[in-house]
Design a protein around this ligand. Structure first.
Ligand SMILES: NC(=O)c1ccc[n+]([C@@H]2O[C@H](COP(=O)([O-])OP(=O)(O)OC[C@H]3O[C@@H](n4cnc5c(N)ncnc54)[C@H](O)[C@@H]3O)[C@@H](O)[C@H]2O)c1
Ligand SMILES: [Zn+2]
Ligand SMILES: [Zn+2]
Length: 373
């Protein structure tokens, strides 16, 4: 706070001055800080400032929690430094822009991409933003992220997307990560085609995004496999033709039964543990594609003794977010409605409660949790 003398409308204040109290912008903010496996805190942190002329500082309006944040909290990603602010998804409003940012100005509403891209390096030129030499997936991982009141976004011109006035910003949070991830790593890499039979293993938000976007290509059968009956029921409402609870049923046998013993043309892995990748290996048809999406923290057995003669492909991918502009149009036109994935809403300072809900998704019947400022 700063106290300044003010005039008293021309009237003498006698022997004392009249003061008014005006707030000055706080240099601090609240953020979710990771302190090693299982340890996190919602606490005061310095507000980010511009470091490079290509940066923007964004005031977060809406953010969310990703399965990848849970992997970090579990200790699957020991490279994440203690003290890191997590989060790589969100929409916000530009608070400050560096002098060489030309696409955005203060006050613009933007989607924050989970992947930062300079737009100039060899990988960016190939459209492989995920491996940008100066960026890639760094937000909430190698640099401070979006589960905070403010975030610094490097290479703002390429790493932010403009939001037209009047858009439904809740739906657009799903474009930061899960929609391009499900689509690029699952559907495109899995080469889903009309008439195909596909399986999606994992009915979390990312698996659901693969479910929604796979239907651009009209596969004939979509089998969704998970251990959470609530998520499986939701998958049915989003277009799954069959669901299998792999905790209570033998998923391999069930898929073989459903496919006349052939297996599926595409198996999309959207969990990130050995059991689910190995399940994909057992249900893939000859000539099929296993498209891994999950972030894996442990090594997985590759059964080449069974697969060497099956003419299959296995793909891995860190989301590039190259399809974000296309997906944006499908969301704006309501061809897909990812907003339906939001099951819980919190205020930003209820971050710890939101983590608890997302960590206990089955108990809480949770899919995507939305945090709003
Ligand atoms: N490749 C990428 O660029 C990228 C980007 C974003 C997220 N991801 C990864 O995608 C994965 C999914 O993310 P999410 O946000 O949907 O996570 P999530 O944790 O919400 O969902 C995972 C789902 O897997 C199910 N599951 C757990 N164990 C299972 C088992 N043994 N058999 C069947 N189902 C099981 C859970 O019930 C849950 O529904 C995570 O590994 C995440 O890190 C990858
Ligand atoms: Zn993510
Ligand atoms: Zn680059």
């Amino acid at each position: 706070m700063k106290v300044i003398p003010v005039t008293n409308g021309g009237v003498s204040s006698g022997t004392f001055d009249v003061y008014k109290i005006i707030p000055i912008k706080s240099r601090n903010m609240k953020a979710l800080v990771y302190y090693g496996p299982g340890k996190k805190s919602w606490e005061e942190q310095p507000k980010p400032i511009l470091k490079e002329t290509t940066d923007a500082v964004v005031r977060i309006l809406k953010t969310t929690i990703c399965g990848t944040d849970l992997h970090i909290m579990k200790g699957d990603m020991p490279e994440v430094a203690s003290g890191r602010i997590l989060g790589h998804e969100g929409v916000g409003v530009i608070e400050e822009v560096g002098s060489t940012v030309s696409n955005f100005k203060v006050g613009d509403h933007v989607i924050i991409s989970c992947v930062t891209s300079c737009g100039k390096c060899e990988y960016c030129k190939k459209g492989m933003y995920s491996h940008c030499e100066k960026g890639g997936w760094i937000l909430g991982y190698m640099i401070d992220g979006t589960q905070a009141e403010y975030v610094r976004i490097p290479y703002a011109d390429n790493s932010l997307y403009p939001i037209p006035a009047g858009s439904d910003e809740e739906a657009l949070v799903m474009l930061s990560d899960i929609l391009p991830t499900g689509f690029e790593c699952g559907v495109l890499n899995g080469q889903v085609k009309p008439g195909d039979t596909i399986a999606i293993v994992g009915a979390g938000p990312v698996g659901m995004a693969a479910l929604l976007t796979s239907q651009f290509y009209t596969p004939a059968e979509i089998i969704v496999i998970d251990q959470d009956d609530n998520r499986l029921a939701v998958a049915k409402t989003f277009g799954a033709t069959h669901t299998i609870n792999s905790a209570t049923e033998n998923a391999t046998l069930k898929v073989m039964e459903l496919t006349n013993g052939k297996g599926v043309d595409t198996a999309i892995e959207a969990v990130g543990i050995p059991a689910t990748f190995e399940l994909c290996e057992t249900i893939i048809a000859a000539g099929g594609h296993i498209a891994n999406i999950g972030v894996h923290g442990k090594s997985v057995a590759l059964h080449l003794e069974d697969l060497w003669d099956r003419n299959i492909t296995i793909t891995t991918r860190l989301v590039d977010t190259v399809t974000t502009p296309m997906l944006f149009k499908t969301v704006q036109s309501k061809k897909i409605e990812p907003k339906k994935l939001i099951t819980h809403r919190f205020k930003l300072d209820q971050m710890i409660a939101a983590y608890d809900t997302f960590e206990h998704a089955s108990r809480e019947k949770a899919l995507k949790v939305l945090l709003e400022n």
